[in-house]
Design a protein around this ligand. Structure first.
Ligand SMILES: Cc1cc2nc3c(=O)[nH]c(=O)nc-3n(C[C@H](O)[C@H](O)[C@H](O)COP(=O)(O)O)c2cc1C
Length: 307
């Protein structure tokens, strides 16, 4: 019996673990550490219509319990992804579901990308990253404005039949409001959280450390914030939640599931411990056996207040 088998958006995942976009490349990069098929599924690096070089200058800064990054969505573009990377992934034996993370500067770019992905049989699901700056909204992220978050979700929903996961930004006052709007506009699931906006200053140089001044804050230090948001969102929407933000142990994964996440996603934790998925998989199995749990889904939302 596989106690970790999880049904998610009409597909059977061998376990509830996926990788977080931008933290696992395209899966093949970690092949020397473990077989990517040990994962429930793989969420690939954020893809844009055109190739992107990303940001210049320093892109990574370590912080206590986490890190800042301003990679700036460096990626080879959708054409190369489709013709080379996706083929390599499958040719190298990856059979786990593949989820593409798509990004745009305007709604039309998301739509264009989604139309192309619709024709890619090898891609199982779409994750819509709405933390990107919207050039038509003064650079404010799509995910920070409820109307825009709803509009981009609706526009993509109209052009794809693939399961659609909308990835929420934590840089908002009311994440529940955004989650409900994307649900109303056709999201099949939500994933959260993306990185928190942060910065570091080089006191000798008297200037920001990161080339882009600000960066995304991730890692164990963000876990309490992410967990709180997963707990709130999962009680407010009917669609499933993919929980992430600082997961670096079996206990962390269990907390996210008890907070209401159907699936958990591993990101920054992979940088300091590349075999984290294998450890968590073994840890979840052990937890199930020790607690007489036939299927891990039984604990989803276990910490919600009842009555
Ligand atoms: C180096 C780096 C690159 C990332 N790139 C992306 C990306 O391309 N698209 C996206 O939606 N999220 C991206 N993220 C956000 C992660 O997928 C994840 O949501 C976030 O880091 C929180 O989880 P964690 O604390 O476990 O890393 C990136 C994060 C890091 C650290």
């Amino acid at each position: 019996m596989n106690r970790l088998e999880t049904n998610f958006l009409g597909m059977v995942f061998k376990n509830p673990m996926v990788t977080s976009s931008g933290c696992f490349g395209f899966g093949l990069e970690y092949k020397d550490y473990f077989d990517p098929n040990e994962l429930g599924g793989i969420v690939v690096k954020g893809i844009t219509l055109e190739p992107r070089d990303g940001n210049y200058g320093t892109r990574i800064a370590e912080t206590p319990g986490g890190m800042l990054n301003c990679v700036g969505l460096e990626n080879p573009g959708v054409e190369y992804f489709e013709n080379v990377i996706l083929k390599d992934m499958r040719a190298s034996g990856i059979t786990s579901p593949i989820i593409i993370n798509i990004n745009g500067k305007v709604i039309d770019e998301y739509v264009e990308l989604a139309k192309r992905v619709e024709k890619m049989d090898e891609v199982d699901m779409i994750e819509l990253n709405i933390s990107c700056p919207n050039v038509k909204d003064g650079g404010m992220a799509f995910g920070s404005n409820p109307d825009v978050a709803g509009a981009v979700t609706k526009a993509v929903r109209e052009v794809t039949t693939k399961p659609l996961i909308v990835k929420l930004s934590p840089n908002v006052t009311d994440i529940v409001k955004i989650a409900k709007i994307v649900e109303e506009n056709g999201a099949d699931a939500v994933s959260l959280i993306n990185t928190l906006l942060g910065m570091a200053i080089d006191i000798k140089g008297r200037k920001p450390v990161l080339g882009n001044t600000f960066g995304g804050f991730s890692g164990p230090a963000v876990k309490p914030v992410a967990l709180r948001m997963v707990y709130q969102v999962s009680q407010s929407v009917k669609i499933p939640v993919v929980g992430m933000g600082g997961i670096s142990s079996t206990e962390d994964a269990l907390e996210f599931m008890m907070a209401g996440a159907t699936m958990v996603s591993l990101g920054t934790g992979l940088f300091s411990n590349p075999i984290l998925p294998v450890e968590i998989k073994n840890g979840l199995e052990k937890f199930c056996i020790e607690n007489n749990i036939d299927n891990i889904s039984e604990i989803v939302g276990a910490a919600h207040k009842r009555g």
